[in-house]
Design a protein around this ligand. Structure first.
Ligand code: GSH
Length: 207
Protein backbone atom coordinates (compact mmCIF):
# COMPACT_ATOMS: atom_id res chain seq x y z
CA UNK A 1 0.00 0.00 0.00
CA UNK A 2 0.97 3.63 -0.45
CA UNK A 3 3.19 4.92 2.37
CA UNK A 4 1.78 8.41 1.86
CA UNK A 5 -1.42 9.70 0.40
CA UNK A 6 -1.13 10.01 -3.37
CA UNK A 7 -2.03 13.43 -4.76
CA UNK A 8 -3.92 13.45 -8.06
CA UNK A 9 -4.05 16.72 -9.96
CA UNK A 10 -6.99 16.71 -12.36
CA UNK A 11 -10.42 18.11 -13.05
CA UNK A 12 -13.80 16.46 -12.52
CA UNK A 13 -14.59 16.43 -16.26
CA UNK A 14 -11.21 15.13 -17.49
CA UNK A 15 -11.47 11.59 -18.78
CA UNK A 16 -7.68 11.35 -18.57
CA UNK A 17 -7.86 12.09 -14.83
CA UNK A 18 -10.95 9.91 -14.42
CA UNK A 19 -9.15 6.77 -15.59
CA UNK A 20 -6.44 7.37 -12.97
CA UNK A 21 -9.01 7.93 -10.25
CA UNK A 22 -10.73 4.67 -11.22
CA UNK A 23 -7.53 2.67 -10.73
CA UNK A 24 -6.66 4.45 -7.47
CA UNK A 25 -10.10 3.49 -6.16
CA UNK A 26 -10.01 -0.07 -7.49
CA UNK A 27 -6.59 -0.65 -5.92
CA UNK A 28 -7.84 0.76 -2.62
CA UNK A 29 -5.14 3.45 -2.52
CA UNK A 30 -5.46 6.56 -0.38
CA UNK A 31 -5.47 9.67 -2.55
CA UNK A 32 -6.34 13.34 -2.52
CA UNK A 33 -7.83 14.97 -5.61
CA UNK A 34 -6.56 18.48 -6.33
CA UNK A 35 -8.55 20.50 -8.85
CA UNK A 36 -6.31 21.91 -11.60
CA UNK A 37 -8.42 23.94 -14.05
CA UNK A 38 -6.81 25.85 -16.96
CA UNK A 39 -5.73 28.81 -14.81
CA UNK A 40 -3.86 26.54 -12.40
CA UNK A 41 -2.26 24.53 -15.23
CA UNK A 42 -0.74 27.72 -16.61
CA UNK A 43 0.87 28.64 -13.28
CA UNK A 44 4.59 28.42 -12.68
CA UNK A 45 3.96 26.10 -9.74
CA UNK A 46 2.02 23.60 -11.86
CA UNK A 47 4.58 23.79 -14.69
CA UNK A 48 7.16 22.54 -12.20
CA UNK A 49 5.05 19.38 -11.91
CA UNK A 50 4.39 19.07 -15.65
CA UNK A 51 6.19 21.48 -17.99
CA UNK A 52 3.67 20.76 -20.76
CA UNK A 53 0.85 21.90 -18.49
CA UNK A 54 -1.40 18.88 -18.76
CA UNK A 55 -3.41 16.93 -16.22
CA UNK A 56 -3.37 14.31 -14.83
CA UNK A 57 -0.26 14.46 -12.69
CA UNK A 58 0.30 12.42 -9.55
CA UNK A 59 2.63 13.03 -6.66
CA UNK A 60 3.53 9.90 -4.73
CA UNK A 61 6.09 10.79 -2.10
CA UNK A 62 9.04 12.21 -4.04
CA UNK A 63 7.74 10.95 -7.36
CA UNK A 64 5.99 13.35 -9.74
CA UNK A 65 4.47 11.60 -12.74
CA UNK A 66 2.40 12.95 -15.63
CA UNK A 67 0.44 11.20 -18.39
CA UNK A 68 -2.63 9.13 -17.60
CA UNK A 69 -1.46 5.89 -19.18
CA UNK A 70 2.03 6.17 -17.67
CA UNK A 71 0.36 6.67 -14.29
CA UNK A 72 -1.83 3.57 -14.78
CA UNK A 73 1.28 1.50 -15.56
CA UNK A 74 3.09 2.91 -12.54
CA UNK A 75 0.22 2.31 -10.12
CA UNK A 76 -0.36 -1.26 -11.34
CA UNK A 77 3.34 -2.18 -11.17
CA UNK A 78 4.04 -0.35 -7.92
CA UNK A 79 0.93 -1.26 -5.93
CA UNK A 80 -0.43 -4.42 -7.57
CA UNK A 81 2.64 -6.25 -8.92
CA UNK A 82 1.80 -9.60 -10.42
CA UNK A 83 -1.92 -8.77 -10.45
CA UNK A 84 -4.15 -9.17 -13.47
CA UNK A 85 -4.45 -5.39 -13.95
CA UNK A 86 -1.23 -5.46 -16.02
CA UNK A 87 0.06 -8.83 -17.17
CA UNK A 88 3.80 -9.48 -16.95
CA UNK A 89 4.15 -11.86 -19.87
CA UNK A 90 5.21 -10.51 -23.26
CA UNK A 91 1.98 -11.13 -25.13
CA UNK A 92 -0.29 -10.06 -22.26
CA UNK A 93 1.65 -6.82 -21.70
CA UNK A 94 1.67 -6.07 -25.45
CA UNK A 95 -2.09 -6.60 -25.68
CA UNK A 96 -2.63 -4.08 -22.89
CA UNK A 97 -0.18 -1.63 -24.51
CA UNK A 98 -2.06 -1.83 -27.79
CA UNK A 99 -5.21 -0.54 -26.07
CA UNK A 100 -3.32 2.14 -24.16
CA UNK A 101 -2.14 3.37 -27.58
CA UNK A 102 -5.71 3.28 -28.94
CA UNK A 103 -6.86 5.25 -25.87
CA UNK A 104 -4.19 7.89 -26.55
CA UNK A 105 -4.80 7.81 -30.30
CA UNK A 106 -8.15 7.05 -31.91
CA UNK A 107 -10.25 7.37 -28.72
CA UNK A 108 -8.68 10.67 -27.71
CA UNK A 109 -8.80 12.15 -31.23
CA UNK A 110 -12.25 10.70 -32.02
CA UNK A 111 -14.84 10.74 -29.21
CA UNK A 112 -12.51 12.60 -26.83
CA UNK A 113 -11.95 15.60 -29.09
CA UNK A 114 -15.57 15.57 -30.35
CA UNK A 115 -16.60 16.13 -26.72
CA UNK A 116 -14.00 18.88 -26.25
CA UNK A 117 -15.33 20.73 -29.30
CA UNK A 118 -18.99 20.36 -28.29
CA UNK A 119 -18.68 20.96 -24.54
CA UNK A 120 -15.67 23.19 -24.06
CA UNK A 121 -15.64 25.11 -27.36
CA UNK A 122 -12.11 23.92 -28.15
CA UNK A 123 -11.43 24.67 -31.85
CA UNK A 124 -11.34 21.60 -34.06
CA UNK A 125 -12.94 19.67 -36.91
CA UNK A 126 -16.04 18.01 -35.44
CA UNK A 127 -16.74 16.09 -38.65
CA UNK A 128 -13.25 14.57 -38.72
CA UNK A 129 -13.53 13.63 -35.01
CA UNK A 130 -16.91 11.99 -35.64
CA UNK A 131 -15.39 9.95 -38.48
CA UNK A 132 -12.48 8.76 -36.30
CA UNK A 133 -14.97 7.97 -33.51
CA UNK A 134 -17.18 5.93 -35.82
CA UNK A 135 -14.22 3.83 -36.99
CA UNK A 136 -12.81 3.11 -33.54
CA UNK A 137 -16.19 2.42 -31.89
CA UNK A 138 -17.13 -0.01 -34.66
CA UNK A 139 -13.77 -1.71 -34.27
CA UNK A 140 -14.20 -1.98 -30.49
CA UNK A 141 -17.74 -3.33 -30.86
CA UNK A 142 -16.47 -6.08 -33.16
CA UNK A 143 -13.42 -6.82 -31.02
CA UNK A 144 -15.60 -7.26 -27.93
CA UNK A 145 -17.85 -9.77 -29.64
CA UNK A 146 -17.25 -12.99 -27.68
CA UNK A 147 -15.02 -11.18 -25.15
CA UNK A 148 -15.80 -9.50 -21.85
CA UNK A 149 -12.69 -7.30 -21.65
CA UNK A 150 -10.44 -5.55 -24.15
CA UNK A 151 -7.03 -7.11 -23.55
CA UNK A 152 -7.43 -10.22 -21.39
CA UNK A 153 -9.92 -12.58 -19.77
CA UNK A 154 -10.24 -10.09 -16.92
CA UNK A 155 -10.30 -6.31 -16.56
CA UNK A 156 -6.94 -4.64 -17.09
CA UNK A 157 -5.73 -1.05 -17.13
CA UNK A 158 -6.61 -1.11 -20.85
CA UNK A 159 -10.32 -1.17 -19.99
CA UNK A 160 -9.95 1.77 -17.60
CA UNK A 161 -7.89 3.76 -20.13
CA UNK A 162 -10.48 3.30 -22.86
CA UNK A 163 -13.63 3.67 -20.75
CA UNK A 164 -14.14 7.35 -19.93
CA UNK A 165 -14.12 8.99 -23.37
CA UNK A 166 -16.12 6.14 -24.91
CA UNK A 167 -18.77 6.27 -22.17
CA UNK A 168 -19.05 10.06 -22.58
CA UNK A 169 -19.00 10.02 -26.40
CA UNK A 170 -22.66 11.19 -26.62
CA UNK A 171 -21.56 14.47 -25.01
CA UNK A 172 -19.65 15.08 -28.24
CA UNK A 173 -22.64 14.13 -30.39
CA UNK A 174 -21.31 10.59 -31.02
CA UNK A 175 -24.13 8.09 -30.58
CA UNK A 176 -23.57 4.64 -29.05
CA UNK A 177 -26.92 3.01 -29.93
CA UNK A 178 -25.50 0.98 -32.83
CA UNK A 179 -22.80 -0.62 -30.66
CA UNK A 180 -24.60 -3.02 -28.29
CA UNK A 181 -21.51 -5.11 -27.54
CA UNK A 182 -19.55 -2.00 -26.70
CA UNK A 183 -22.34 -0.78 -24.43
CA UNK A 184 -22.37 -4.13 -22.61
CA UNK A 185 -18.62 -3.68 -21.98
CA UNK A 186 -19.23 -0.15 -20.63
CA UNK A 187 -21.77 -1.65 -18.22
CA UNK A 188 -19.24 -4.29 -17.12
CA UNK A 189 -16.68 -1.58 -16.33
CA UNK A 190 -19.36 0.36 -14.42
CA UNK A 191 -20.15 -2.78 -12.38
CA UNK A 192 -16.54 -3.17 -11.16
CA UNK A 193 -16.14 -2.67 -7.39
CA UNK A 194 -15.36 0.95 -6.43
CA UNK A 195 -16.31 2.31 -9.85
CA UNK A 196 -17.19 6.01 -9.74
CA UNK A 197 -18.79 7.74 -12.74
CA UNK A 198 -17.32 10.85 -14.29
CA UNK A 199 -19.96 13.62 -14.02
CA UNK A 200 -21.92 14.44 -17.16
CA UNK A 201 -20.81 17.51 -19.08
CA UNK A 202 -23.31 20.36 -19.05
CA UNK A 203 -24.44 20.73 -22.70
CA UNK A 204 -26.70 17.94 -23.99
CA UNK A 205 -25.77 16.78 -27.53
CA UNK A 206 -27.54 13.45 -27.97
CA UNK A 207 -30.96 12.95 -26.40
N1 GSH B 1 -1.36 12.25 -22.98
C1 GSH B 1 -1.92 12.93 -21.87
C2 GSH B 1 -3.04 13.86 -22.34
C3 GSH B 1 -3.66 14.62 -21.16
C4 GSH B 1 -4.54 15.75 -21.61
O1 GSH B 1 -4.74 16.02 -22.80
N2 GSH B 1 -5.06 16.45 -20.61
C5 GSH B 1 -5.90 17.60 -20.88
C6 GSH B 1 -7.11 17.61 -19.97
S1 GSH B 1 -8.15 16.20 -20.25
C7 GSH B 1 -5.10 18.85 -20.58
O2 GSH B 1 -4.44 18.93 -19.58
N3 GSH B 1 -5.19 19.81 -21.49
C8 GSH B 1 -4.54 21.09 -21.33
C9 GSH B 1 -3.45 21.29 -22.33
O3 GSH B 1 -3.16 20.38 -23.14
O4 GSH B 1 -2.89 22.37 -22.29
C10 GSH B 1 -2.43 11.94 -20.83
O5 GSH B 1 -2.78 10.82 -21.21
O6 GSH B 1 -2.43 12.26 -19.64
Amino acid sequence: MAKTEIVLHGTALSGHAHRVELLLRMLGLAYRFVDAPAGVRQSEEFRKLNPIGQIPVIEDGDLVLADSNAILVYLAKRYAPGSTWLPEDAVGAARVQRWLSIAAGEIRFGPGNARLIAQFKVPGDATACAAIAGRVLKFMDGHLSGRNWLAAENPTIADLACYSYVAHAPEGGVRLESYPTLRAWLARVEALPHFKPMPASPIPQVA
